[in-house]
Design a protein around this ligand. Structure first.
Ligand code: NAI
Length: 253
């Protein structure tokens, strides 16, 4: 018998219980799906995004929000203000952008932009938020990487390099923060049909991706959220420095 989601939740303690969570890139897509689940699980959740739509997204969840461009010079200061009054238990660095350009045609300024949004922004958010976790005696950081960090696909050089950087950054952060009771992991989703990449895909490509999964389907935001919620739970306290796949078996390394 297939367990229902609520039965699975009862079996795996999630420990939301008013703990503070901050999710970046939460105006839509995976981030919004995750923020929705975190609110359901009882986390005091703050949605962060450069897109002003984050305000209505947060209002619908009765959650707080902040409009912040994570690549801006003041991003760290503004994020730090979010944890002034209340420390953060869970930081999910989910904001990202996609780029699909053949390697020999990549504009170097665009390369820099992809690295800045997808990888460098996580340094700023960790510098802003992790000290509050240290002060509180523990916490969780989950950084959104991608299957692209592990599997090569033509045209994804800038994106894949940024996600490989996320995996490496998370591994180092785990070694530096572990002594403070803070775990750091990266999550590597497979293919989720969000707005990301919508302008560069067609039905044939989607069918090709589906055929790569032994489960015969693409991921949805809830598949990714379930892993993040587990990583945030007390039961995941001995998991750190990992790059965990949620790819429906498309990628097994
Ligand atoms: P999405 O494009 O639907 O959402 C990304 C969000 O990040 C948007 O709300 C956007 O406004 C925000 N964002 C972008 N730049 C920002 C900045 N400078 N400051 C603040 N917020 C910014 O993308 P999706 O699909 O929800 O992806 C979420 C994460 O999951 C990304 O890191 C992505 O690389 C990763 N991922 C997505 C996969 C997919 O198939 N959709 C597969 C593997 C990883």
């Amino acid at each position: 018998m297939t367990p229902t989601r609520s039965a699975a939740r009862t079996a795996g303690r999630t420990d939301g219980g008013g703990r503070r969570a901050i999710v970046t890139g939460a105006a839509r897509g995976i981030g919004l799906g995750l923020a929705t689940r975190l609110v359901e699980e009882g986390y005091d959740t703050t949605l962060v995004d450069v897109d002003r739509c984050v305000e209505s997204a947060a209002a619908a969840l009765d959650a707080s929000f902040a409009v912040i461009d994570l690549t801006a010079a003041d991003a760290s200061t503004r994020l730090n203000a979010l944890v002034d009054a209340e420390p953060c238990w869970l930081l999910v660095n989910n904001a990202g952008i996609f780029d699909k350009t053949p390697l020999l045609e990549i504009d170097l300024a665009e390369w820099d932009r992809v690295q800045a949004v997808n990888a460098r922004s996580m340094v700023a958010t960790m510098q802003a938020v992790v000290p509050s976790m240290v002060g509180a005696g523990g916490g969780r950081v989950v950084n959104m990487a991608s299957m692209a960090a592990k599997v090569g696909t033509p045209g994804e050089a800038a994106y894949a390099a940024s996600k490989a950087a996320v995996v490496a950054l998370s591994r180092i952060a785990a070694t530096e923060f572990g002594g403070h009771g803070i775990t750091v992991n990266s999550v590597c989703p497979g293919y989720v049909l969000t707005d990301m990449g919508a302008d560069t895909r067609d039905d044939e490509q989607v069918a090709g991706w589906v055929s790569m999964s032994p489960l015969g389907r693409l991921a949805n935001a809830d598949d990714i959220a379930s892993l993040v919620i587990y990583l945030a739970s007390d039961g995941a306290s001995y998991i750190t420095g990992q790059a965990l796949n949620v790819t429906g078996g498309m990628c097994t390394n």
